[in-house]
Design a protein around this ligand. Structure first.
Ligand code: SF4
Ligand code: SF4
Ligand code: SF4
Length: 486
């Protein structure tokens, strides 16, 4: 056949952009194409060694492309911890090429856990347990990097089984860090009165693992029947006057149909001031999955809209501009009895948070204050159930809406919904991690963007190093004891 007889074919996709990612097999940094097919967005990439990989990154291309407008100029941290040597993501961090400061820092105080979940991005188990001195050094470094740090979250493993967690929380408070959180499975809170009383006295916000209201969900994701324990822990938090944010890991064919019920449950429970949905990140331990059908942010938004009997519309969910806007969406609700009013119905948030196509702020004289308040709410540093968030909510509503509560009571009526799609080796996008605002603090003084830490190999490297160090120290201590006894 001559070329004159051949008919050119259109590709079945739109080439959206080129970025960099990593190979899911060997973690080598490789080019990646972002393509749009059938109104869905995919990442397609080729490792010279391991061949082609493709994964869905958004099930709604219109939402994905539209979110790009919500991209705010980053704020540069006061100090960096590494140099630019190999290029992103191999220089974490933060290196001077990073585009955003750390809004929310995590310290993983241990690797051990009192559960053994089949889904655990941290791959909890044997490893290390940080000392109070190490944590104090990391907190000091956080203050150096940030000046006025916003949020610290103690995580693990399971931080509540670390014997010095109360002292660590106090150390964070002593350094003036505005919000202190603990990230927990709730088991110890459900069972240990003394520990609960200690936590109530320190009053951190509890980032509470809560994947659904069906026992089968816990059996699949957590490997144990935990529903009663979760309910008991939440009721005890309410009795102790503490605040919780439900954190739900969502996996295809496990609990995608529970997102509406989780929101409804959270709205009614007296301890709960917000829900964070996280599509399961396929790093560490996870159950079998298909990268082409993994859960993405639009799946959860559509799920909430479809499963809550008309309470929400798609427009109630707005991308977060402080990180890369495809990473996270938020919504805020004013809750008064059975009346639930999403903040995006009260003002046109696009007008304030669209930094690309709409740069003229609206007319009201307090427009700049409203924008600042919205930037605070649409940030990884916004913690549900705090006076700061309630104050920002009140300011965003402006004088046009007279909220019937003082800020210290308003915080009980402001409810946050956040959806975060953490990156794994299938979906890793250098463009997103370069503007990441969530950092894992390490004992060597670094702050490593969360998705780099989990996907690129930093987690494994640091865990091995800390575990070895602790092993050596234990052996030295035993030798010293023996010498003393001899
Ligand atoms: S993610 Fe940020 S800190 Fe890490 S290498 Fe890239 S630019 Fe540097
Ligand atoms: S997911 Fe959390 S609770 Fe489960 S094993 Fe990992 S650290 Fe423990
Ligand atoms: S943690 Fe991951 S998903 Fe969140 S802002 Fe950073 S890069 Fe984006």
């Amino acid at each position: 056949m001559t070329s004159a007889n051949r008919i050119k074919q259109d590709a079945d996709y739109i080439f959206h952009e080129l970025t960099r990612s990593i190979c899911p097999e060997c973690k080598a940094v490789i080019d990646a194409q972002v393509i749009i097919r059938d109104n869905k967005v995919y990442m397609r990439k080729r490792c010279p060694e391991h061949g082609w990989f493709e994964a869905i990154i958004s099930s709604d291309a219109e939402m994905y492309v539209g979110s790009i407008r919500f991209n705010k100029p980053g704020t540069i941290p006061l100090d960096f911890s590494t140099e630019v040597v190999q290029g992103c993501p191999l220089d974490c961090g933060l290196c001077p090429e990073h585009k955003q400061h750390i809004c929310l820092a995590l310290i993983e105080v241990n690797t051990a856990c009192n559960l053994d979940c089949p889904v655990c991005f941290a791959d909890a188990g044997a490893g290390y347990s940080l000392t109070l001195e190490q944590v104090e050094f990391m907190l000091d470094r956080f203050v150096e990097i940030e000046g006025d740090p916003e949020v610290i979250q103690f995580s693990g493993g399971e931080p509540t089984i670390h014997p010095q967690l109360p002292e660590m929380i106090q150390a964070a408070k002593d350094r003036g860090i505005r919000q202190v959180m603990i990230n927990t499975n709730g088991v110890r809170l459900a069972r240990d009165d003394r520990f609960l009383a200690q936590m109530a006295a320190l009053d951190p916000v509890v980032y509470f693992q809560f994947d659904g209201l069906r026992e089968e969900t816990y059996l699949t994701i957590r490997g144990a029947p935990l529903l009663d324990t979760k309910m008991r822990a939440l009721d005890r938090l309410a009795e102790a006057g503490m605040t919780a944010v439900l954190v739900a890991a969502i996996e295809r064919d496990v609990n995608t149909d529970e997102v509406g019920d989780i929101v409804e449950f959270g709205l009614k429970h007296p301890a709960v001031r917000g829900v964070v949905f996280q599509p399961v990140t396929h790093v560490g331990r996870h159950i079998e999955f298909d990268p082409m059908t993994r859960v993405t942010i639009p799946d959860i938004i559509h799920g909430i809209v479809d499963q809550t009997d008309g309470r929400f519309v798609l427009e109630d969910f707005v991308p977060v501009p402080c990180c890369f806007p495809t990473c996270q969406v938020n919504s805020y609700l004013f809750v008064d009895g059975d009346t639930v009013t999403p903040l995006p119905r009260l003002l046109d948030i696009d007008q304030y948070l669209d930094y690309i196509t709409n740069r003229a702020l609206p007319e009201p004289p307090n427009a700049a204050d409203i924008q600042t308040a919205l930037e605070g709410l649409w940030s990884a540093s916004a913690v549900a159930g705090t006076e700061q968030t309630a104050g920002q909510f009140e300011c965003a509503c402006g004088p046009g809406l007279d909220l019937p509560y003082e800020v210290n009571h308003l915080k009980e009526h402001v409810f946050q919904i956040a959806i975060k799609d953490f990156l794994d080796a299938w979906t890793f996008n250098v463009k997103q991690v370069m503007k990441c605002c969530v950092g894992i603090l390490t004992p060597d003084g670094r702050a490593i963007p969360f998705c780099s830490y989990n996907s690129v190999g930093y987690r494994e490297e640091i865990r091995e190093q800390l575990t070895l160090e602790q092993g050596r120290q234990k052996i030295q201590a035993i030798s010293r004891d023996r010498e003393d006894q001899a």
